[in-house]
Design a binder for this molecule. Structure first.
Ligand code: NAP
Ligand code: MG
Length: 404
């Protein structure tokens, strides 16, 4: 078979630990034999980030703006222990945070659904994709302990020095207060990313807040979404046959539990934090969650939702066998290749991405899987494969499907 050609490169961001090991295996066994890969390679491995004072993360983000599509391996976010382990010059910020700050994007997380790994919620038949607004609210709040009686106010001092005040509470004893904020620009770009992604996926978009109680704060989120929708997306949604649905957060939660899935759920920062953990565990495994960063300008960066699987890597370094699940990382590749294909009009690339995803699912459905899935599968007598053999089993199915 002649290798599939690519017109435009995609940005490839390599990473750390066990996922870096899988990255190379995926490329060697599942990509390079089939695709004449055009990629601009950036090594975001912690050592190289340190050598470049993290400039490589900035360069990779800028390249994503240039080419529009990136695929990223999981990376270490350094903490004190990592600074010591890697003898780092400093405690660098999370690469995902840096990339998101440059691309101004929203992260969409979706489970990979496969027969044999049943969601805990019986009615869920299709993936539910969650989008978390990653700016402000309680994550950037100012807080204060109130030791004794006194008055707390919010004071807004305008540029001309004049003031506006609202009373928070007249305390007659000790308590606590918190001041939250958000930005119109940030909410607007979150809304646009969500509407764009819904169109991209041809799925309904849900959004929910507590606007009945929070008549200024949450209502602003609701209003901005409604305004952006009316102005820029209503017609496109109607044409695509999809719906924008707004409801109260408690109603949304109740409906999600009874739905069959197949939609995108946009969440405020805190709701997204909490609900994405609930969804990923209810769908089965963190190792089966994909993640894509979508910028309001239409750049896409694909990755797995899990981390670098440090515990497995240390086993690997000791020469012990690992059984690490590569599916979410493979789906990061297929997501990026399919998007590249769509943008370039190279159908063969999209077809290849479909075939590779099919091969992953077929492998699991045939009973061959990694240890994490073998523990939770409903299939009888699963065969637990090591990291490499699992990828080789996928390759076998892929070659069969491609008629090789
Ligand atoms: P992790 O890599 O997500 O792994 C946590 C545990 O989940 C693993 O020990 C393993 O459980 C299970 N697991 C996760 N992915 C798996 C897979 N593909 N196959 C099988 N099991 C899997 O989280 P971590 O070990 O706490 O974090 C390691 C590093 O990842 C940290 O330095 C963190 O900064 C980084 N991180 C990066 C990203 C990112 O780049 N997007 C996201 C999160 C974390 P068992 O050990 O029980 O088998
Ligand atoms: Mg969380």
């Amino acid at each position: 078979m002649a290798k599939i050609q690519m017109k435009t490169p995609l940005v490839e961001m390599d990473g750390d630990e066990m996922t870096r090991v899988l990255w190379q295996m995926i490329k060697d066994e599942l990509i390079l034999p089939f695709v004449d890969l055009k990629s601009e390679y950036y090594d975001l491995g912690l050592k190289h980030r340190d050598e470049t004072d993290d400039q490589v993360t900035v360069d990779a983000s800028e390249a994503t703006k240039k080419y529009g599509v990136a695929v990223k391996c999981a990376t270490i976010t350094p903490n004190a222990a990592r600074v010591k382990e890697y003898d780092l010059k400093k405690m660098y910020k999370s690469p995902n945070g840096t990339i998101r700050a440059i691309l101004d994007g929203t992260v969409f997380r979706a489970p990979i659904i496969v027969k044999g790994i049943e969601p805990n919620v019986k009615t869920w038949k299709k993936p539910i994709t969650i989008a978390r607004h990653a700016y402000g609210d309680v994550y950037k709040a100012s807080e204060m302990k109130i030791p004794e009686a006194g008055k707390v106010e919010l004071v807004y001092t305008k540029a001309d020095g004049s003031e506006e005040r609202v009373l928070v509470h007249e305390f007659d004893g000790p308590g606590v207060v918190q001041g939250q904020h958000n930005l119109t620009a940030s909410i607007t770009s979150f809304a646009k990313s969500c509407f764009n992604f819904a169109l991209d996926q041809k799925q309904d978009l849900w959004f929910a807040t507590k606007d009945t109680i929070s008549k200024q704060y949450d209502h602003t989120f609701k209003d901005i979404f409604a305004e952006v929708y009316e102005k820029e997306y209503k017609e496109k949604f109607e044409k695509a046959g999809i719906e924008y649905f707004y409801t109260l957060i408690d109603d949304a939660v109740a409906r999600v539990m009874k739905s069959e899935g197949g939609f995108i759920w946009a969440c405020k920062n805190y709701d997204g934090d909490v609900m994405s953990d609930m969804l990923s565990s209810a769908f089965g495994s963190l190792a089966m969650m994909t993640s894509v960063l979508v910028s309001p300008k239409g750049y896409f960066e694909y990755e797995a939702a899990h981390g670098t699987v440090q515990r497995h890597y240390y086993k690997h370094l000791k020469g012990e066998e690992t059984s690490t699940n590569s599916v979410a990382t493979i789906f990061a590749w297929t997501g990026a290749l399919r998007k590249r294909g769509e943008l370039d009009g190279t159908k063969e690339l999209c077809d290849f991405a479909d075939a590779l995803e099919k091969a992953c699912l077929a492998t699991i459905e045939s009973g061959k899987m990694t240890g994490d899935l073998a523990l939770i599968t409903s299939l009888p007598n699963p065969i637990k494969l090591n990291s490499k053999d699992f990828i080789l089993a996928i390759r076998e199915n892929l070659e069969k499907d491609l008629g090789m």
